[in-house]
Design a protein around this ligand. Sequence first.
Ligand code: OAD
Length: 248
Amino acid sequence: MLEITKEFRNVLKSAGSVAVLTGAGISAESGVPTFRGEEGLWKKFRAEELASVDGFMSNPELVWEWYMFRRNIINSVSPNPGHYALAEMEKLFDNFTLITQNVDGLHKLSGSENIFELHGNILKNKCFECGKPYTEEIDPESGEHPNCECGGKVRPDVVWFGEMLPEAAINGAFEAASRAELFFSVGTSALVQPAASMPIIAKQGGAYLVEVNLEPTPLTDVADCSFLGKSGEILPQIVEILKSEKVG
Ligand code: OAD
């Protein structure tokens, strides 16, 4: 069983407002590749060609190929115990917000409800010109990519490098971070802004900051409590402790 400090135990018991930031690491145990690290996507692929406005304008076919490749992976995987633990945690607190940088939709699939998707959702599409959601099915085999009714090209509904984050999501996430009494940073390298500043904002606002990651990150020294290991193993144990505290 996971060893936790008395202080963390007390915060778990008393916190009314909880926020969690997740990154690619929480989906790693489901089989979704992370971006950084030895096996990370950005080791093998060039982000500026595949995940940027310039990249899409100069070679939309290549960008679509990359997103179809990732969609195929995501369509073939399922949530893991880390996702399910967060969905369960949501039910145990009065006020719970999940902020994710992931575009895979696995949090929703595992039952989480109050989610801000900071970087969009890879399974959705929108118009490159007018931004309107495009809800028709796209046949991945056809190699053809449709246009919006305004004539603009349809693109995946994700945030590319250099783009603004969806306003409602970013505002909601910052608001949740600043009022959190307990904040978890899970499976993120804590390098990409503005998500990386959310745990810091939470801590500055008085939150107890807990990190769960396979390895130390720039956040580790700032965190009140850091668990080095797999989120799919650590989060379910935190939920078990939480349930026993709520009952006891
Ligand atoms: P990264 O790939 O940068 O970091 C993943 C983190 O997860 C690393 O710190 C790993 O140590 C950790 N990790 C891996 N497996 C884990 C596991 N089983 N349990 C716990 N931790 C684990 O992913 P993000 O931080 O999400 O942006 O990256 C942020 C953004 O950079 C992404 O949203 C994406 C990327 O470029 C856009 O596409 C806009």
